[in-house]
Design a protein around this ligand. Sequence first.
Ligand code: PRT
Ligand code: ZN
Length: 285
Amino acid sequence: MEKIKIAVQKSGRLSEKSLEMLSECDITLTQGKRKLIAISHDFPLEVLFLRDDDIPQYVSDGVADIGIVGENEVLEKDKKVELVKRLGFARCRISLAIPQDVEYHGPQWFEGKRIATSYPGILQKYLDEQSIQAEIEEISGSVEIAPSIGLADSIFDIVSSGSTLVSNRLKEVEVVCNSEAVIIASPALSSEKTKLLNDLLFRIETVQRSKGNKYILLNAPNDKLDKIISILPGIKSPTVMPLHQEGWSSLHSVVNEKEFWGIVDQLKENGAEGILAIPIEKMIY
Ligand code: PRT
Ligand code: ZN
């Protein structure tokens, strides 16, 4: 049987979450002897551990069928790959930043300036769109120190909390794009591998959906049931079961995390008691 090959970052900010996601999909891995490859015995899948920079290339070449990588690397490398799923972790933005004490009135500030970055492709595209001529200094790491050592006037780099900028006395002045971990796929997948990719995406979506919801149980007096049922959403409608104590029922339902506290307040106001909320592992409609 054919296996789908997935490229995952070997070590870095994406590694742990990528493997955690596979594990939540009930895909367990056996580490290969060389530790560059791992296989799964419960899903036809093989994991290739690579540097994140190389993942778009490997996927476009078909060495890996799919990959988990930051959207920033996909944009930068500009290879022939399809973005098939946003994963919602490793969120960050790629921004232009300048020294804190410099006055700034808009992107034209960068005209004729030197900008240090590890993302020359994304930056050049932005500069072209803004009709700005600037000099790009491509460096592979510690971009944030470039202005203080006189290598550049400004930087274009990944920002998450912003603390790296602050500790280097820089300020973020333009957010050029946002990024998160994504799944990319080779454009020429066989039909068998496309089927495996769809099975994997189905599992991921099932897990993502369940993470946003809670299973809720509560007791309610029967004379308040209609009102309480109207508050509870549920997949179809809530389950209602009689309690041993006469005149009371137990209700079970599913509530979205975003609405959770609002619904709990309304339930309490309407006489619900003994409210329990339980995490859901899998949710399939
Ligand atoms: O070795 P390999 O090449 O595989 O890894 P890497 O060192 O190139 O990448 P890694 O592991 O640092 O990051 C992998 C991906 O995580 C990136 O491509 C982004 O998609 C995403 N990501 C999310 C981040 C950050 N947040 C992040 N904060 N990548 C880097 N940073 C760095 C940033 O470069 C800067 O130095 O963190 C600093 C800024 O963080 P704050 O919180 O101080 O603003
Ligand atoms: Zn990298």
